[in-house]
Design a protein around this ligand. Structure first.
Ligand code: SF4
Length: 78
């Protein structure tokens, strides 16, 4: 089963840490960095839901869910 993938637009991220709190398995602000990153794409319904919640709570709209088709197109585009 394909789960929704997520990405952070680092230029929009202010490093508030809300997403990290919502989805600690998947989102993190690496040491020494000021923007969040997706450390692991969600696996299973619980992680996927946590990432959707994190995206909803992101005050900057910097965390995005990618539709499976879009992620596939991105992966194969040159
Ligand atoms: S919630 Fe949004 S602005 Fe805050 S650290 Fe996460 S991606 Fe960045």
């Amino acid at each position: 089963m394909t789960h929704t993938r997520f990405e952070v637009t680092e230029t929009d991220c202010v490093g508030c840490g809300l997403c990290e709190k919502r989805a600690p398995e998947n989102l993190r602000i690496p040491p020494g960095r000021s923007a969040a990153t997706v450390v692991k794409q969600p696996e299973g319904a619980a992680e996927t839901e946590a990432c959707h919640e994190a995206a909803d709570y992101c005050p900057m709209g910097a965390l995005h869910a990618l539709e499976p088709e879009a992620a596939t197109k991105t992966a194969v585009s040159r």
